[in-house]
Design a protein around this ligand. Structure first.
Ligand code: M6R
Length: 610
């Protein structure tokens, strides 16, 4: 949450910062600001999206080759011009941008107030910049030392960039709990929350380590710890192409990412399944084979859509690998004093690899001695780096705040993991191998479902004004019902709930009337007859039914008002198909209601605060 970017080099900083902020905007879009250094620090900031900031700055034209920018997801202090970053110290000597939360800001604020400091914003961040100013006045030798002394007093999470007016040719960078990537160019450096603003300039990066600090100057850089211990930087090359983070002809990232799924699922499978015999190979798990073979239990920790992927995996891991599974909201797990055994396997599922609660959950699991693994999209992210083993989902950058292709790639990879662990534990069967061969065909089946886009658009016309929605599914389609409901509420702001279809009779059936659209996910599997009965119960009570069914199902066609067919496949793979109509329906309804599907209100792509 919040995107930060800084530039130091020989080019004009402002256009680079604005372009960088646009690439980071998915991390937060309550306000944006820049600080530019040319002997004096000029700060421009504005409530709203980056484009508002651009309009505000107009052609002020500050000639500066050093600067920094911020796009905010508000935590402390409402979205406003005043609460926007960068924040400046009262002397005007320091400016700071921050991603994270200063948890003890109230204590620090009181201390500073006693020393005569006043505050103009309601943010925790302003407290930090004033604290730096305080240590500077208290005799710190230079800006870097003032920053270090201030950070020693801070409890919380931060990724920061600091500029000092009397040390103009430098950016001071530090992180704890919030990600920072340094782009190392030819005579120029770009610092950012993730690689997106960097790759247009350089592919050589350094992922700043936890509690790390960097001093970027025009003629070089130093990497050290916050405790001032020099570190040897590990320069890495990132394999990300610019077009993967652009809209590529689509108006919205969300639609692009939905349509990309045949390719992203294929990327998740690539090189991992033997097409002749269906045997799965996952290089990222080779070193932990023994621990997987002897594991007592698997615990998935995740949030949001990733948690839904974990629910799908629960069915598959138990069925294929015959290992007990628990699926935990990371935010609940970490605070529950859970029982974790050293022979447990804790698997963090996360698109961004930066979700604060998921990171905290794996820390807890590590301390308990469990094997901690990651199923992550963003290469080099904190979860990817902080786990002992894992499998990248290789979905490519996902920029729309509503997760779509990451879900299908997570489910794909988790399916592969279930079979891989079954192979290790001796529970793999010929049916599983044949399911893996079918998995190779899933990208083509998804392509076919995407051809229903116009039909799904016409269904959306019917329900654009709905105020509630119910999503029902059983077995592997229950998590898809949850995911369908989440997609609809987060981008269209329609209240929606997902339930296991059989639970309907235990309460939600009271909601059914002619104004209640009900989405049934009712493909042909072992609970098909039961879900048809549930569907009939809704129809009998006047509910409006949309059903996602297996191709050729004439039975439900006679009952439901709208039927969306998905191709027949192995029932264990159906979530990969049945989720696609959910994504498209939500997308079209949200568009018809005039919602910003890529940047829905109040949300941000990666939730790096607790
Ligand atoms: O990056 P992560 O997968 O850890 O993110 C988890 C959730 O924040 C995320 O899935 C969120 O629920 C999305 N907005 C869902 O579309």
């Amino acid at each position: 949450m919040c995107g930060i970017v800084g530039y130091i080099g020989s080019q004009q900083a402002y256009p680079i910062l604005i372009e960088g902020l646009k690439r980071l905007e998915y991390r937060g879009y309550d306000s944006a600001g820049v600080a530019l250094q040319n002997g004096k620090i000029h700060v421009y900031k504005k409530r709203g999206k980056v484009v508002e900031l651009e309009n505000f700055v107009g052609d002020a034209g500050v000639n500066a080759t050093v600067g920094m920018g911020h796009t905010r997801w508000a935590t402390h202090g409402e979205p406003s011009d005043l609460n926007s970053h960068p924040h400046s110290s009262r002397s005007g000597k320091f400016a700071l941008i921050h991603n994270g939360i200063i948890e003890n800001y109230a204590v620090l604020k009181e201390k500073l107030s006693r020393h005569g400091y006043t505050f103009e914003s309601a943010t925790d961040t302003e407290v930090l910049v004033q604290l730096i100013d305080f240590f500077s006045n208290e005799g710190a030798h230079n800006a870097e030392e003032a920053v270090r002394l201030a950070l020693h007093e801070v409890v919380g999470a931060y990724g920061i960039v600091v500029m000092a007016s009397d040390e103009p040719d430098q950016l001071i960078v530090a992180r704890k709990g919030s990600p920072i990537v340094l782009g190392i160019g030819e005579g120029e450096y770009i610092v950012a929350s993730d690689a997106a603003p960097i790759i247009a300039y350089t592919k050589d990066v350094i992922y700043l380590e936890e509690e790390g600090m960097a001093i970027l100057r025009k003629d070089g850089y130093e990497i050290k710890t916050i405790g001032n211990i020099p570190r040897t930087p590990l320069l890495e090359r990132i394999e990300m192409e610019l077009e993967t983070i652009e809209k590529g002809g689509y108006d919205y990232f969300m639609l692009k990412e939905i349509m990309e799924q045949p390719r992203s699922i294929a990327e998740s499978i690539r090189g991992r399944v033997n097409k002749d015999n269906g045997v799965v190979w996952l290089g990222g798990l080779v070193d932990v084979q023994d621990r997987l073979r002897n594991a007592r239990r698997v615990i998935f920790v995740a949030c949001g859509t990733s948690w839904h992927a974990g629910l799908v995996a629960e069915y598959l891991f138990e069925d294929f690998a015959r290992i007990p599974v628990e699926v935990e909201y990371a935010s609940e797990f970490r605070y529950r004093n859970p029982i974790i055994y050293p022979d447990d396997v804790v698997i963090a599922i996360s698109q961004s690899g930066e979700t604060a609660d998921t990171l905290a959950a794996i820390q807890l699991a590590k301390e308990a001695g469990a094997l901690v693994m990651g199923v992550v999209n963003v290469v080099g992210s904190s979860i990817a780096r902080g786990t002992e083993a894992g499998v990248y989902i290789h979905a490519g950058p996902e920029i729309g705040v509503a997760s779509t292709k990451a879900f299908t790639s997570q489910v794909t990879v988790l399916t592969l993991m279930a079979v891989y662990i079954a192979q290790l534990r001796g529970t793999a069967t010929p049916e599983m191998r044949s399911a893996m061969k079918e998995l190779l065909n899933v990208p083509a089946l998804v392509e076919k479902i995407l051809e229903s886009n116009d039909y799904i658009h016409s269904i959306a016309e019917e329900f654009r004004d709905a105020t509630n929605f119910l999503y029902l599914g059983r077995g592997l389609n229950f998590p898809v019902a949850l995911e369908g409901a989440l997609k609809l509420k987060e981008i269209s702001y329609i209240h929606a709930e997902g339930y296991p279809a059989a639970e309907m009779k235990h309460g939600p059936i009271a909601l059914i009337d002619a104004n209640m659209p009900v989405m049934f996910i009712a493909t042909k599997d072992e609970s098909y007859d039961k879900i048809v009965s549930n569907l009939q119960e809704v129809v009998t009570r006047g509910g409006r039914v949309i059903a996602v069914v297996s191709e050729g199902d004439t039975n439900i066609r006679d009952l439901a008002e709208f039927v969306i067919e998905v191709p027949q496949t192995n029932p264990l793979l159906t979530p990969l198909l049945t989720v696609i109509p959910q994504q498209l329906l939500s997308y079209h309804i949200a568009m018809m209601r005039g919602c910003d599907v890529d940047q829905p209100r109040n949300l941000a792509k990666s939730v790096t605060v607790e």
